[in-house]
Design a protein around this ligand. Structure first.
Ligand code: PLP
Length: 449
């Protein structure tokens, strides 16, 4: 089949996620046929550096035969069985043990799901159940953040703070409120990052008092916002947030779906920011995206209550802890450990990327270049004014398309360009990523001049 054949069939039958169906039908999809290392290959023979690791998930890179073999062996041995009704199987048991071993010390258990969205549905159920068991069923409110992303199910969408999703999907799950995000470049440049970080944490306290401290059960946030635009909070933010949560006895949920498994140079983003969350939704890098699997890492406080006081928890999914997905996830984590992938991100690749990436700040189109570990963003600005471009110009989408043309996947969130390559990228490939991003910036600047 040719590219055109695929595109015609795609247009005829396939509704893509997060896509303007009609516009895509007119333009035609890019058909990705195979991948190796940090590169994907399309049906026209183009070799493209995957600066997004798929959707922030292919942490070990493409083409890892060990993961294929783990899947194949498990498919032969036991392709499916469930964890309901007093049964389990070796891959789920071993993966739970490995996750608890890698997680911060207070994490004692894991509840498996099929995705990050299901993990956040599970969070909602667990928070409500926990407080009900504690005799405080009124502690129903969960506070999230504007422009946070926690998935696309009704619960995930409601916990997240994406206006476009709320606009289409309402009414949302009740008793979820949102506070401002700690996005210094976008919303706080009139003050120092540190003062802005404290102001955002103060917004949390104000919201708690508005809702009634006795009514708020949990605060949910990504350690670093991913889909919102690779937003690293100011250093003052998390310590101040932690203090507020402790003051009012409110659970912390750190959504590790992107930040987990090495992205920020630690096994979890919560370790980088010293968060000690009660619940940690995980997915994506858990299996390097090779098979779908997610979960919630549960701290002792919540786990002990659910176990000792809860009786049966009426919650679970057919694919909770799916044996083949669990076997691949376990092998993925073992490989990451054996190859020192996380340490390499922290000590070598992250600092190298930061050095090269920050050179792009000198480009006239770039208002800020930031990165942490192997996640980064470029804020596009109009060189004539030093401010954002008129939204109608679509500078970010233009730059994203020029990235593709120069053989690089980066994503645009408004006029913020974001990247999150596989954690096995080499120095030479980082150089290539940076020089292709520069070419795309040049082309965008020429178009908008
Ligand atoms: N939480 C975060 C922080 C995410 O970035 C995502 C997906 O991008 C999700 C949850 C939802 O995960 P999934 O798409 O696997 O349902």
């Amino acid at each position: 089949m040719t590219t055109r054949d695929y595109q015609a069939l795609d247009r005829a039958h396939h509704l893509h996620p997060f896509t303007d169906f009609k516009a895509l039908g007119e333009e035609g999809s890019r058909i990705i046929e195979r991948a190796e290392g940090v590169y994907i290959y399309d049906s026209e023979g183009n070799r493209i550096l995957d600066g997004m690791a798929g959707l922030w998930c292919v942490n070990l890179g493409y083409g890892r035969q060990e993961l294929v073999e783990a899947a194949s062996a498990q498919l032969t041995q036991l392709p499916y069985y469930n964890n309901f009704f007093k049964t389990t199987h070796p891959p789920a048991v071993k993966l739970a043990e490995k996750l608890v071993q890698l997680a911060p010390e207070h994490i004692s258990h894991v509840f498996f799901t099929g995705s990050g969205s299901e993990a956040n549905d599970t969070v909602l159920r667990m928070v409500r159940r926990y407080w009900a068991l504690k005799g405080q069923p009124q502690k129903q409110w969960i506070i999230g953040r504007e422009n946070g992303y926690h998935g696309s199910t009704l619960a995930g969408m409601s916990l997240g703070g994406m206006d476009a999703m709320h606009g289409q999907g309402g009414p949302c799950v009740p008793n979820i409120a949102h506070i401002r995000q700690p996005y210094w470049f976008g919303e706080g440049r009139d003050q120092s990052p540190e003062a802005f970080g404290r102001e955002c944490a103060a917004a949390l306290e104000a919201k708690i008092l508005e809702l009634g401290e006795e009514n708020v059960g949990a605060f949910i946030a990504e350690p670093v916002q991913g889909a919102g635009g690779a937003i690293m909070p100011p250093e003052s933010y998390w310590p101040a947030v932690k203090a507020v949560l402790a003051k009012y006895d409110i659970l912390l949920v750190a959504d590790e779906v992107i930040c987990g498994f090495g992205r920020l140079g630690e096994w979890f983003g919560s370790v980088h920011y010293d968060l000690k969350p009660d619940l940690m939704p995980i997915a994506k890098g858990l299996s390097s995206g090779y098979l779908p699997i997610g979960g919630v890492l549960v701290g002792e406080r919540v786990a002990n209550t659910l176990i000792e006081e809860g009786g049966e928890f009426f919650h679970g999914f057919t694919y909770s802890g799916h044996p083949t997905c669990a076997a691949v996830a376990l092998k993925n984590l073992e490989l990451m450990e054996a190859e020192g992938v996380v340490e390499r991100v922290r000590d070598d690749l992250g600092p190298y990327l930061a050095k090269r990436w920050s050179e792009l700040a000198e480009h006239p189109l770039v208002g800020q270049a930031r990165s942490l570990g192997l996640m980064g963003a470029l804020e596009l600005i109009d060189p004539a004014t030093g401010e954002r471009f008129d939204k109608a110009l679509g500078a970010g989408n233009l730059c994203r398309d020029f990235c593709f043309d120069s053989g690089l996947v980066m994503r645009s969130v408004g006029d913020t360009m974001i990247m999150s390559p596989p954690l096995v990228i080499s120095h030479a490939e980082i150089d290539e990523l940076v020089s292709k991003a520069r070419l795309a910036l040049d082309a965008t600047a020429a178009r908008l001049a």
